[in-house]
Design a protein around this ligand. Structure first.
Ligand SMILES: [Zn+2]
Length: 709
């Protein structure tokens, strides 16, 4: 449920150490004039002509667009006039229009309807794109122009958005290291290279450690009440791993979690649990401890070179939270209640185990087993019961209706528009007669689509030099397609996902700023999940459910009792879930607030960090250091807290609507829309304060999670 461009950017960064092929863009210039990606698109609303674009067209178009971008950069550099906001900052912002146009389409289709050619193109272009942007951001002459504008920024009489663009541009170049000189510059390059390769090594070690482990049994009793489909999967796994009979369980979450929940065999549970917890920590050739201590040391060093006290300070300078202290403050407010609730649950479970006659101490590997037991005994809820009420077209219309009630938007089907797959549904978004944008919705799973659900912006909204560009966005899901007369029925949480991604889509669609790089979902990472998560609140309100959650056969609205039962069943182990998530967040921050480059002994460091917050031994952080892919092989270092941060904002916002006595309050909805419209043209905190009129409050989240009455 991430915003896609963030992921892609990470991928691009990760692949930056690969070699690029030789290229000769001039060779193909003649063909370029015919490349359907580079000509003006003569389509309704200027959407990409998917009926004319072939997979082979992307690679030459991307390369040609890079050449064109370089030409534009060169003319900015060669400008003999004194550097000004217009001829440098704005010129940079609008440069590379073709590259944005082509890559916007490419990234969208490569994720949602890929094939061999597109995959190859992605692999080839990732290092070329990284090198291209590195070259621009590390260009000292270009930076000198930017700096000279930045230095006189107070005198330039810029609008708030222009000033923000100037500040962001300057900061991005500084953070890329353009300011670092001489020996330090060489060192910075070394560190970047080393960090990139260590991070790839971390990932492959983890993958190998995860895949090499199994627990096998020939005893049916060990499976407990595991569902038939999961039993079949475990039997397949056993065959794949060379067993003639029996069932195998692995460290992949869809395998380990159900086993921990259902197997009555404590020894096997413990073995699997420990296998999971010790990944990358087995003192073998796949061990990640040395990588973790080296990466955290290098990051501390890099932060210093760039002028920040710690790595977290560097990362958070781009976030709404701004400083590590702000994040710690938030966490410390939530932690005691979550921990207290988890401790209470542990005592309950330990007593249950004792009552069952098991004379051993309650362990981490027992936790999920007793959660599942209590859930079944006390709540009697099965999510499958919700499916008949969430036929996918109804859910989509429910989301549209909500956008209509809150913001007056209407959605008109565009039946003849070119698409990249026949399952895609396309809508024009209107407000009265005014065209707002276009949304492509792609609901069903297929082999050519990556997993999960996401939104992306094929074209960002902008409004430079009197040219208003309307946005084109996509929503993508992996729901089962209808078959025969069986419609596609979603579970409650899948329906929630539709509203979530639609929230991202609205953020892109309602954007109304000048510059594309500050528009739509181009906001800090700890802000980006807020407009999507907040939609999940409306989605489950009775007034909203009544508009769309109707039984696909009878048309009856989902019973209130079923929703209540579901909420109770889902909420009861919130203490555990919050504690395991937050422990990982503390660990992330501890690693990234190191003020010196001394290499740390990983296990000792982690133990001390967890001791400091009083984590109980029956709960592990959701990720321990040696398998913390988010922060050591993904783009989330010093950023794992972002989910929680967005949750604070979404709970606070929805509570504000509730306080008015009307969850569709027009006045508040107008202010909320103004915040979405502002995209990333202001700092996250300013956006939020403009909307709600004060600092964010944590109280509503504490109540929502049941930590406070
Ligand atoms: Zn999301």
């Amino acid at each position: 449920m991430y915003k896609l461009s963030i992921l892609l950017f990470t991928v691009v960064l990760l692949l930056s150490s690969c070699n690029s092929e030789n290229k000769d863009p001039n060779k193909t210039t003649k063909e370029m004039t015919k490349n359907p990606l580079l000509v003006k698109w003569d389509t309704p609303f200027g959407v990409p002509p998917f009926d004319k674009i072939k997979s082979e067209d992307y690679l030459p178009a991307l390369r040609q667009a890079i050449v064109l971008h370089n030409k534009e950069i060169k003319s900015i550099l060669n400008n003999t006039e004194k550097a000004s906001f217009k001829n440098t900052i704005e010129a940079l912002e609008i440069s590379g229009a073709d590259l944005k146009k082509v890559s916007g389409v490419f990234f969208a289709i490569e994720a949602a309807n890929t094939n061999k050619i597109l995959k190859e193109t992605s692999k080839t272009m990732a290092p070329e794109l990284t090198a291209h942007f590195d070259e621009i951001q590390l260009n000292t002459n270009l930076f000198n122009r930017i700096k000279s504008v930045y230095k006189q920024k107070e005198k330039l009489n810029l609008s708030a958005e222009e000033l923000h663009l100037l500040n962001e541009t300057y900061k991005n170049y500084v953070q890329a290291g353009v300011n670092v000189e001489g020996k330090d510059k060489e060192r910075l390059k070394q560190i970047n290279k080393k960090l990139a390769s260590l991070s790839i090594k971390f990932g492959t070690n983890l993958l190998d450690e995860t895949n090499s482990f199994e627990v096998h049994t020939n005893t049916k009793k060990d499976l407990g009440n595991l569902s038939e489909s999961l039993i079949a999967l475990a039997a397949d796994e056993a065959k794949k791993r060379g067993h003639e009979t029996g069932w195998s369980f692995t460290l992949q979450r869809p395998s380990i979690n159900p086993f921990l929940e259902t197997s009555p065999n404590r020894t096997m549970r413990e073995k699997l649990f420990q296998g999971y917890a010790m990944r990358g920590n087995n003192d073998n050739e796949k061990d990640n401890k040395a990588i973790v201590s080296e990466m955290t040391s290098l990051r501390a060093e890099k932060a210093k070179l760039l002028g920040y006290p710690t790595w977290a300070d560097k990362v958070l300078a781009n976030r709404m939270a701004a400083t590590p202290k702000k994040v710690y403050d938030l966490m410390d407010q939530l932690w005691p209640s979550a921990l207290a609730m988890a401790k209470k649950d542990r005592n309950t479970f330990a007593k249950m185990m004792k009552d069952e006659g098991i004379k051993d101490t309650f362990r981490g590997s027992d936790w999920r087993y007793y959660v599942a037991k209590v859930r079944a005994e006390r709540y009697d809820f099965n999510e499958e019961e919700t499916r008949p009420y969430f036929e996918f077209n109804n859910v989509r219309d429910g989301a549209f209706k909500l956008a209509n009630t809150l913001f007056g938007l209407e959605f008109k089907p565009l039946k003849t528009i070119p698409t990249w797959h026949k399952d895609q549904q396309v809508f024009e978004v209107l407000e009265g007669n005014k065209h707002i944008g276009v949304i492509y919705m792609d609901f069903f799973a297929r082999e050519s689509k990556r997993g999960g659900a996401w939104m992306n912006e094929v074209r960002m909204q902008s409004n430079v030099n009197g040219k208003y560009v309307t946005p084109i966005v996509t929503n993508n899901f992996n729901f089962p397609a209808p078959s025969g007369d069986k419609p596609s029925l979603l579970s409650f949480s899948e329906a929630q996902t539709v509203f979530h991604e639609f929230g991202h889509a609205l953020h892109g669609l309602l954007s109304n700023v000048k510059y594309a790089s500050l528009s739509g979902t181009n906001v800090p990472r700890d802000f980006v999940e807020f407009p999507s998560q907040v939609m999940e609140n409306w989605m489950s309100e009775p007034q909203v459910l009544a508009t769309y959650a109707k039984h696909y056969k009878t048309g009856k609205v989902i019973p209130k009792a079923l929703i209540e039962k579901m909420n109770k069943a889902n909420n009861f182990d919130v203490g555990f879930r919050t504690v395991e998530y937050m422990a990982a967040t503390y660990l992330d921050l501890n690693w990234h607030t190191l003020t010196n480059t001394k290499k740390q002994a990983v296990n000792t460091f982690e133990k001390a960090a967890m001791h400091k917050i009083g984590l109980i031994k029956e709960i592990l952080p959701r990720y321990r250091s040696t398998y913390y892919a988010h922060i050591f092989s993904g783009g989330y270092s010093a950023g794992y807290y972002s989910y929680l941060w967005s949750e604070v904002l979404d709970a606070d916002t929805f509570n504000e609507f509730k306080k008015t006595g009307n969850i569709f309050d027009k006045n508040l909805a107008k202010k909320y829309r103004a915040m979405l419209a502002a995209g990333g043209s202001k700092s996250g905190m300013d956006l939020y304060k403009d909307f709600i009129g004060r600092d964010p409050k944590i109280g509503p989240l504490l109540i929502k999670k049941g930590f406070k009455k």
